[in-house]
Write a protein that binds this ligand. Structure first.
Ligand SMILES: [Zn+2]
Length: 258
């Protein structure tokens, strides 16, 4: 897969793929980048009303290109290759931080880490657009695609209803079986980890998000039953990191029972 370095080029590709894969694009809002407007897009594909809802987001950190590229690959292969999605409403936010994507930096061009801004009283526009949309309906499952510059292998965060219902170990074994590297450290990012999984089954929520929270915590507060955050190792080739995200997603979907 050829890497894309420019947000508008990336979003043009997303729109092309969305059109051929049955997704309807919506513009949640536009951000001003040096006089030109760049949209924050959400794609959705709806089926019957009772179906569970999954939200997948990518590109909140601009220097983590595997997530957005995994979305492109997913859209490209969607019509033929993703029967797992037939059971649910799918929403995809392919690129939350276009200015950071263009600058190849974690923060947006104003220097703000957007994944610490959900629920704050004065969020930056990118996050305000998402919060306005997310508040309209709860999702059942939220998946966030990230990369971690410091990790030698894949790992993930999971907020699950209970330990025996967690998907994390299923994801890790699927990746290991496919030959991908796993971060086996007992502590990752200062948190206890077990075989690539940082699991929380209940977590006290900050009473208010005065300074802002990560997207996963915010969605959990809005009612998501389960949130998963995948972290791929940028030391590997883009194709492999995209493959890790997609295999993880497929493992989740094939085990997901509402
Ligand atoms: Zn990240």
């Amino acid at each position: 897969m050829k890497e894309i370095f420019e947000s508008r080029h990336f979003l043009d590709n997303v729109l092309k793929m969305a059109a051929t894969s049955g997704f309807r694009p919506r513009v949640l809002g536009e951000i001003d980048m040096e006089g030109t407007k760049v949209p924050i897009l959400s794609l959705s594909r709806k089926i019957n009303r009772q179906a569970p809802r999954i939200l997948i987001s990518a590109g909140i950190h601009g220097d983590e290109p595997a997530g957005p590229h995994a979305i492109l690959s997913l859209l490209e292969s969607f019509p033929d290759d993703w029967p797992e999605f037939k059971c649910c409403h799918v929403e995809i936010v392919p690129l939350i931080n276009p200015s950071g994507f263009d600058l190849r930096q974690r923060a947006n061009r104003e220097g703000m880490d957007l994944n610490r801004a959900f629920g704050s009283p004065a969020p930056p526009p990118e996050i305000r657009f998402l919060m306005n949309d997310f508040r309209r309906r709860a999702v059942d499952l939220f998946v966030d695609l990230h990369e971690d510059v410091d990790t030698p292998g894949f790992y993930l965060y999971e907020l699950a209803p209970s330990e025996d219902k967690a998907f994390g170990s299923l994801i890790i074994s699927a990746l290991r079986k496919a030959g991908h590297p796993i971060n086996e450290a007992p502590v990752i990012e200062g948190m206890a980890a077990r075989d690539g999984l940082i699991l929380r089954t209940s977590r006290p929520f900050p009473r208010h998000f005065r300074k802002g929270a990560p997207q996963g915590l915010y969605l959990k507060k809005l009612g998501a039953r389960r949130t998963l955050t995948f972290e791929t190792p940028p030391g590997r080739l883009l194709d492999e990191r995209v493959a890790m995200h997609l295999l993880s997603l497929r493992t989740v979907l094939s085990n997901w029972v509402r």
